[in-house]
Ligand binder design. Structure first.
Ligand code: PHE
Length: 455
């Protein structure tokens, strides 16, 4: 069945589209992943490299996804079938697979944020780092984790089932302003903490020696983070742009979206590091759980920390929700467009399947890593890379033509954009893919093999 059988939905307003894209971009990537990457990669040097990649790689790549979505008015699978020939037709499937895998464990982590919001309200944060760690291990896997994973997924299903205009658009119009206001408020609070000065200099003054010594790990980490945080590489921006009715200036929209996303990530650093420094927690503590353990321990230490913590984790949960709906929408739009199944049925079916796929991640943290590394460092980069090669090298005229709709003649900016996609974007993705595969191999033969041995 083809898409012409069902009238396609559209965003009601320009703000609706921008908020939805900002909602997708601002998520666990900004508030959970970003600070622990900064910590792991040594502070300000990473921040600088990250900002560079956002402009150099993120912006051109986002425009590619936008033009593909708006031109085809299709889900990623349908879009790639339309613009690609031969094997290129199947690239859309990678996006669907990526969305599927990412949301399965993203929902588990989002479940932790709900759990930690409640923990704050129960005044349950523990200042002692070792005990906080133990608490995290208990809450982050097992029955507790599965329960909150289910709760979160149910919320995602409920919003996506209602539809673009009355579901997603309405939800993000409430969620996104709330996230912005609360993060700014928390940053102001954090500025009053005694550790703020030390934290700012760690976060904001790059040490060139650190960058020079560690660029091999900083560069791919910063590039990967730029892609992940902007929701690129899995068809979200293709899907969201496919619901654009009129001709808008996509470059302007993209710049606004990127501006918001980058600001929120940056401000999050201004919240997290003063809190960690004040509580005497080392920001370099690596790992996905670190931000939960260290922040919860810090909140356990601060006056009124329970309240600040509940507001902080609550905001993270909302940010995760507005990202998760975009991930589910990628798959749901495919089912609606190409299979002619109704939206609520598609949302429930897909959400249910994603929940089941996430259960192993909620069962053991090693399995969460297994999914996360595979989706994040391989699938996402691979899908993004193939799309950039296809559009940059085979369809430059179509891309420039589509971008000009709503802007007018781009002049030499058109070719400049295409060349940015052809060389720097593709090169960075290629390097990231190779490093990602090597890293995954190490994980499979190291921690994962050990884990299997222990079972
Ligand atoms: N951009 C989101 C974040 O920063 C993550 C995400 C990636 C969401 C891809 C949707 C698609 O958390």
């Amino acid at each position: 069945m083809s898409s012409v059988d069902i009238p396609r939905e559209q965003w009601a307003t320009r703000v609706g589209f921008i908020f939805a894209a900002v909602g997708s971009a601002v998520g666990l990537g900004n508030i959970w992943r970003f600070p622990f990457q900064v910590g792991q990669e040594g502070g300000a040097g990473f921040l600088l490299m990250y900002l560079l990649f956002i402009v150099l790689i993120g912006f051109p790549a986002m425009l590619v996804e936008f033009v593909v979505g708006r031109r085809t008015e299709r889900n990623p699978v349908g879009a790639l079938k339309e613009i690609g020939s031969g094997v290129w037709q199947y690239v859309g499937w990678i996006f669907i697979a990526t969305g599927f895998v990412i949301l399965s464990y993203y929902s588990v982590v989002a479940g932790w944020t709900i759990r930690y919001t409640i923990l704050g309200l129960q005044d349950g944060y523990i200042a002692d780092a070792a005990e906080a760690e133990g608490q995290f291990v208990t809450l982050a896997s097992g029955l507790d984790a599965i329960l909150f994973h289910a709760l979160f997924m149910a919320a995602v299903i409920a919003i996506v089932a209602v539809g673009i205009e009355r579901g997603i658009e309405l939800a993000v119009k409430v969620m996104v302003p709330a996230i912005i206001v609360i993060t700014i408020g928390l940053a102001i609070y954090a500025a009053t903490l005694p550790g703020a000065g030390e934290a700012y200099s760690y976060y904001l003054s790059p040490e060139w020696g650190v960058i020079a010594d560690n660029w091999q790990s900083i560069v791919p980490a910063a590039a990967g983070q730029a892609f992940f945080t902007l929701s690129l590489g899995m068809g979200v921006m293709i899907t969201y742009a496919s619901y654009l009715g009129e001709d808008r200036n996509l470059a302007e929209d993209g710049a606004i979206i990127i501006g918001f996303d980058t600001s929120i990530a940056f401000i999050t650093g201004l919240i997290v590091f003063p809190i960690l420094f004040t509580a005497g927690v080392d920001p370099a503590d690596p790992g996905a759980g670190a931000i939960f353990v260290s922040l919860a321990a810090a909140f356990g230490d601060l006056t009124l920390g329970w309240l600040i913590g509940a507001v902080f984790f609550g905001t993270v949960a909302i940010a995760a929700l507005s990202s998760a709906i975009s991930l589910m929408e990628v798959v749901v739009s495919y089912i609606i467009d190409e299979r002619g199944i109704s939206r609520p049925t598609a949302a429930i079916g897909i959400g249910g399947a994603m929940f089941l796929l996430g259960v192993p991640s909620a069962y053991d943290l090693v399995l969460l890593d297994l999914f996360d590394l595979f989706a994040d460092q391989i699938l996402l980069v691979l899908g993004g890379l193939l799309l950039m090669i296809l559009v940059g090298w085979s369809l430059p005229d179509l891309a420039v033509d589509e971008l000009q709709r709503g802007i007018g003649d781009l002049g030499s900016l058109g070719p400049a954009w295409i060349w940015a996609v052809r060389i720097p974007v593709i090169l960075v993705l290629l390097v990231a893919l190779v490093l990602g595969i090597l890293d995954y191999y190490e994980f499979l033969t190291g921690p994962f093999a050990e884990w299997v041995g222990d079972q």
